[in-house]
Design a protein around this ligand. Structure first.
Ligand SMILES: O=C(O)CCC(=O)C(=O)O
Ligand SMILES: [Fe+2]
Length: 348
């Protein structure tokens, strides 16, 4: 029992000020959009990707269909869902509520079904509703993969990484990877404190696309005049936009020139919450310098992070949880019985 939670419902303030990048324009390396993209990934690690162009319409339609199919599946009994427990470094299959630490000292309040990019392309180990609506699910996943790969290519270009050092080389489409779509469901605020939210973390792959029409996501935002103070800010859901965040592998592969953004999800007071994410991750055999500067295989990094996500809150290694980015231990983020407070911090 993690303690009884009370207090007023959140007002979703402050709202994070994030850049918007227009996908159809960044495709053509429009200088203004490239500026907006490069600034966002080097200051906050989060931005909106505007997908309201004619070409992206089909993708958003598929998203709607897949979301609605998955909403129904989440209402199935737990023993039906548990038949498909996660495999392949947790990149494919079902994770039940409570298998990771939550936001308030207890366990988490979300469940997820992931479809690995390789698995869906190979039609391997899919749950019946995904099989039934295979066209929509597989097309949506290819569309997410396309969008995130194009962003990666433009980021690689924006960072001046030419042929030899291009980020495309570590993200080959013909190599196995842990890229996956995740369909997430959050239960409403559990006032007993037992199962609450999605603990703060950085994502362990390269880039993440988040689709959700609901509030709940928060980013640890660089506030203050020079961005030296960090505070939790809400990420407003916007129609026809994906929310994109930078993840650990991109941070490490670029020599720490971009920010792997710390974020978390708080449950809604009285409503279920649904979101869909795409995790673009590098080829499984990619090597990178880790938090200590030692060369490591990306799979070792995933294993360390996954073990930390699942550990009880009080035994978690917080520096791993948030990407190993914080040399000063917990980096000025202090956990309290009621949740997590962010203290002033000067180092990053
Ligand atoms: O549900 C969301 O809005 C974000 C989920 C997330 O951060 C994750 O799955 O890594
Ligand atoms: Fe995340």
């Amino acid at each position: 029992m993690a303690g009884v939670l009370s207090g007023p419902a959140p007002a979703f303030k402050p709202v994070a000020k994030l850049n918007t990048v227009v996908f159809s324009k960044v495709l053509d390396r429009d200088p203004e959009q490239m500026d907006s993209l490069m600034t966002a990934i080097q200051t906050v690690g989060f931005f909106y990707l505007d997908l309201s162009d004619k070409y992206s319409e089909g993708m958003l339609k598929n998203l709607e269909q897949c979301s609605s199919v998955m909403k129904d599946w989440f209402s199935e009994p737990i023993d039906v869902k548990s038949e498909y427990k996660t495999v392949s470094m947790a990149s494919h299959g079902y994770k039940p509520i409570g298998s990771q630490a939550g936001t308030h000292g207890g366990r988490d309040g979300w469940e997820v079904l992931k479809t690995g990019t390789l698995e869906i392309a190979s039609r391997w180990g899919l749950i019946p509703p995904v099989e039934k609506h295979y066209e929509a699910f597989s097309t949506f996943q290819r569309q997410c993969d396309y969008v995130s790969r194009m962003l990666l290519d433009r980021i690689s270009h924006g960072l001046g990484l030419g042929a030899e050092s291009s980020l495309n080389r570590t993200h080959r489409g013909d190599c196995p990877s842990k890229s996956a779509v995740a369909y997430l469901h959050y239960i409403p605020m559990d006032h007993s404190g037992e199962n609450v939210g999605h603990n703060m973390h950085t994502d362990y792959g390269t880039l993440t696309l988040v689709f959700t029409p609901q509030w709940g996501l928060q980013v640890l935002y660089p506030a203050g005049p020079r961005g030296e103070d960090r505070e939790w800010q809400w990420v407003e859901p916007r129609p026809n936009c994906a929310i994109v965040n930078v993840a650990d592998v991109l941070y490490f592969l670029t020599g720490r020139r971009v920010i792997s953004a710390v974020h978390r999800v708080l449950p809604l007071p009285d409503k279920d919450r649904y979101s869909v994410t795409y995790f673009l991750r590098p080829s499984d055999d990619t090597l990178m310098p880790d938090a200590e500067g030692n060369t490591t295989n990306v799979m070792e990094w995933y294993t360390k992070k996954n073990n930390n996500y699942e550990a009880p809150a009080h035994t978690q290694d917080k520096s791993f949880l948030i990407g190993g980015l914080y040399k000063d231990g917990f980096g000025g983020i202090e956990e309290t019985a009621a949740g997590i407070n962010v203290m002033n911090r000067t180092k990053r």
